[in-house]
Design a protein around this ligand. Structure first.
Ligand code: CP
Length: 313
């Protein structure tokens, strides 16, 4: 059991800012919310009377839906802003859009944006709480939290786990949030991928670098596989998809060298046949759909802790 603390933050912007105790508090709170989704009536009254707004400037399936379900299972009112049909398409800034939404007396804004730092800027200008649902290549804190929650569920611990994060580390907000959280909780983290997709000096975060997945997979407890982000790459960062698949894609043959209890994760969306063959993504090592299920409990925990702090403030 971790040291007991109270949640004191208005916003959740990244795992870089959080202490080990704050991360433990979210994970423990998520554990208590996990069974709500197993009930016949999947609802508790914790956020009754609160309004949560989903403000997504980038596409999303899992995160937006998961936040919406989490908020609804806590009995909040939920508003989804469709950016394509909002006044953003007429040139309104995201700050003005958010301020106008805030004037309607909402409590929490969940924001995804292509620019790193956009939720941080918003958090400074509104009284509503802001939750970062992914900002550029910077952070995706609730994805990091749900990944860590799932690792703990499957392996019983985080401290000492050998976690390999493979793929496009440079462009990945998921990798950054995983690294910040896992290192704080005592995991041994290795990032693995082509040299061109691993940032210089990333070892300074307290992690190792590998350029060979075939080697790293042999001793891994968990492999967290990242999506190749065609939309964020300038092109030419690796010779071809075929070469990438040969060196960093996971297939059944590669798994023969791995531990029998290896856990394979992927934040989605998967490029099937690129990062993972279908046999691997749907196979016994994969916990990809458990990640999605756990995402709701983790987001319920984050919404609950933030709403509680607002009540006290
Ligand atoms: N993992 C994740 O962020 O997925 P979405 O882009 O579908 O939200």
């Amino acid at each position: 059991m971790s040291k007991k603390i109270d949640w004191m933050r208005k916003d959740l912007l990244g795992l870089e800012d959080l202490s080990k105790e704050e991360i433990d508090l979210i994970l423990e709170t998520a554990e208590s919310f996990r069974e709500v989704s197993e009930r016949a009536v999947k609802k508790v009254p914790a956020l009754r009377g609160k309004t949560v707004v989903n403000l997504f400037f980038e596409p999303s399936t899992r995160t937006r839906t998961s936040f919406e379900l989490a908020a609804k299972r806590l009995s909040a009112d939920v508003l989804n802003i469709a950016i394509q049909t909002s006044s953003v398409s007429k040139g309104e800034t995201f700050k003005d859009t958010a301020k106008n939404i805030e004037a309607m007396k909402i409590d929490i804004i969940i924001m995804r944006h292509a620019a790193s730092g956009a939720p941080h800027m918003l958090a400074r200008s509104v009284k509503a709480s802001v939750i970062n649902a992914g900002d550029g290549s910077h952070e995706h804190p609730t994805q990091g939290l749900l990944d860590i929650f799932t690792m703990k569920q499957k392996k019983g611990k985080i401290k000492g786990l050998n976690v390999v994060i493979v793929g496009d580390i440079t462009h990945s907000r998921v990798a950054r949030s995983n690294i910040w959280g896992l290192v704080k909780l005592g995991a041994e983290v290795t990032v693995c991928g082509p040299k061109t997709l691993i940032p210089i000096d990333i070892e300074k975060l307290g992690i190792k670098i590998s350029y060979s997945l075939k080697e790293s997979i042999k001793t891994a407890d968990v492999v967290n596989v990242l999506r190749i982000q065609h939309e964020r790459q300038q092109g030419g960062l690796f010779p071809s998809i075929r070469e990438y698949v040969n060196r960093f894609g996971i297939n059944m043959e590669m798994l023969e060298e791995a531990r029998k209890d290896l856990v394979i994760m992927h934040p989605g969306p998967i490029n099937r046949g690129v990062e993972l063959t279908p046999e691997v993504s749907d196979g016994p090592h994969s916990v990809i759909l458990d990640q999605v299920t756990n995402g709701i409990a983790v987001r319920m925990a984050v919404l609950y802790l933030i709403a509680q702090r607002r009540e006290k403030a």
